[in-house]
Design a protein around this ligand. Structure first.
Ligand code: PLP
Length: 436
């Protein structure tokens, strides 16, 4: 252990592997030596996490919104097993393989309009980077030189890489430390009411001619606080982009694959973005894979025979066959099992069981959209206290600041969902009593 390093603070029950690796592994976001260590998970199944110490927890967030079919779905495991035996990986430069071609064909037919041209990568932030790069180059390939900026929305989160950080919320996001380096974007308000709409259109008129693209999270801004807006807001954004010649990028990395009630959130607004980014639940949450899908007018300016017009991008593990096999199996499940009906049932149950939290002292708002329910608290919370209280109720939740939210697997049974909603209501009611 180096000078100044913190001694591991692990409970006696921690397994040997966690003790050995504790000082060597860097977990995401906060590194607080005083915080309880991460929970050691031994196995997963359905909607449950089984811990090394014998506890089992109902998972309320489906591993950052990915495990839409629950954990360990046998159909996905079988498809990956077969693919692993045949060909776990092969590079995508100059080589092709069936799993990726099948997946691209299926995504092209499932996504709205002529979003037909699929560029695979290995994670959501990278998918956003690629979309931004595509949008900027779309104009330069056509000899348009003035569109060098990007537009974004307040409340947005699009990932942790540099350009993705640039289109995240500049004030309340998690990347303010980088606001003096790397690219910057033009932040706009979501046109959610008359005043915001006026400002949005004024800013689009002012900056539109210099913007290559505007990036939006359709219907729900996830990591920014599970902020929900109406489908009409998206329609207004699409119209403003059309009016000003700005490309619209829909980041459906969180909302895609059923989370908001439709397969893609854009469907509810009846809009077709110029580029859509997908990731997270695409493989059923089993392995990382993302897709940046462009409409035909975008693809065409990269494929005009001029070598200088090619998209210079090619992640090493692009279109990894194992990940594509998992994604194809996940799409099979959307076809063969009633996923969207399950999302509708979750939404109805969340309305019945989570909405009453509005009456608890200290709760500012409850927001529900599809298989997402969020309770916003008026004041910042002691998140470690909250997490511990939820653990004692047998559930795993990870609040986002003052937002306690649920994004369960779609296969969750009503009884298990009730364990989650009751845990939130009970813990928040208990907190309200304590605060007096
Ligand atoms: N875009 C959105 C809307 C997200 O919610 C996220 C992750 O939470 C990302 C992009 C980044 O994805 P990844 O973490 O796979 O890089």
């Amino acid at each position: 252990m180096g000078a100044g390093a913190q001694p591991p603070r692990l409970p006696n029950s921690a397994p040997a592997w966690q003790r050995d690796g504790h000082d060597h592994v860097w977990h995401p976001y906060a590194v607080d030596p005083q915080a309880p260590p991460p929970l050691p998970v031994k196995r997963t199944d359905g909607v449950r996490l089984y811990l090394e110490d014998g506890r089992e927890l109902v998972d309320g967030i489906a591993s950052w919104w990915t495990a839409c079919h629950g954990y360990n779905h046998p159909h996905i495991a079988k498809a990956m097993h077969k693919q692993a035996e045949e060909m776990p990986h092969v590079m995508f430069g100059g080589l092709a393989h069936e799993s990726a071609y099948e997946l691209a064909t299926r995504l092209a037919s499932l996504t709205p309009g002529d979003l037909d041209h699929v560029f695979f990568a290995d994670g959501g932030s990278v998918a956003v980077e690629i979309a931004l790069k595509m949008a900027l180059q779309y104009f330069t390939n056509q000899g348009v030189s003035g569109r060098t900026k990007l537009g974004s929305f307040t409340g947005a989160y699009h990932g942790d890489t540099f350009a993705a950080m640039a289109v995240g919320d500049p004030d309340d996001g998690m990347h303010q430390g980088f606001d003096t380096v790397g690219p910057r974007s033009v932040p706009l308000p979501l046109p959610t009411d008359k005043e915001a709409s006026q400002l949005f259109h004024d800013l689009m008129d002012k900056h539109g001619p210099t913007l290559a693209a505007l990036v939006a999270e359709p219907l729900v801004q996830g990591a920014g606080g599970m902020l929900v807006h109406e489908a009409s807001v998206l329609q207004e954004i699409r119209q403003a982009c059309d009016r000003t010649g700005v490309l619209l990028i829909a980041d459906e990395i969180f909302t895609g694959f059923g989370r908001t009630g439709r397969l893609f959130a854009c469907e509810e607004a009846g809009i077709v973005p110029d580029i859509i980014c997908l990731g997270k639940a695409m493989t059923g949450g089993v392995v990382s894979l993302s897709a940046t899908i462009a409409r035909t007018h975008i693809r065409d300016v990269f494929a005009d025979g001029n070598p200088d017009h090619a998209l210079m991008h090619g992640p090493t593990f692009m279109a990894n066959p194992l990940a594509c096999a998992a994604a194809n199996a996940s799409l099979d499940l959307f076809e063969s099992e009633p996923r969207l009906a399950q999302v509708a049932a979750i939404e109805a149950q969340l309305k019945a069981e989570l909405m009453p939290c509005r009456e608890i002292a200290g709760v500012a708002e409850v927001r529900i959209k599809g298989a997402m329910g969020a309770v916003e608290l008026e004041e910042p919370v002691d998140s470690e206290w909250l997490k511990q209280a939820f653990l004692e109720e047998g559930v795993f939740l990870r609040p986002l600041g003052n937002i306690v939210y649920l994004t369960p697997p779609f296969i969750i049974e009503a009884d298990d969902l009730r364990i989650l909603t009751s845990a939130i209501c009970d813990v928040l009611a208990h907190r309200a009593e304590q605060l007096g």
